[in-house]
Ligand binder design. Structure first.
Ligand SMILES: [Zn+2]
Length: 104
């Protein structure tokens, strides 16, 4: 069966949502990306910050092979960043933390 897309569009939030990419909240009245579809006879719908949807698309572009149905871990990314960018920022923050501890 696979995946049958139903909606893929920008919307204005009428109530708060949680972004599937970064896990942060999407505020009421904020513009966001909405995607829904039928995956193996189950209805699913996901809400994205616009910059998070952009990050996901960048990640798809970079990947040799990408399955959007299980291609990423929900809520595990920094807002608006790909997985690689998320890891890179995490490394930088760790290094800065070590430096400031040594600097005392
Ligand atoms: Zn997000």
């Amino acid at each position: 069966m696979g995946y049958v897309p139903l909606a893929d569009e920008e919307r204005i939030a009428r109530k708060p949502h949680r972004c599937i990419w970064c896990g942060e909240s999407i505020a009421r009245a904020e513009k966001y990306h909405y995607a829904s579809g039928i995956f193996q006879s189950d209805f699913q719908d996901n809400h994205w910050h616009l910059e998070c949807f952009g990050a996901m698309q960048r990640e798809v572009d970079q990947a040799d092979y990408y399955d959007p149905n299980d291609g990423f871990d929900a809520y595990m990314h920094r807002r608006g960043m790909t997985e690689d960018e998320t890891d890179e920022v995490g490394r930088q923050e760790q290094m800065e933390g070590v430096e400031s501890e040594n600097g005392v």
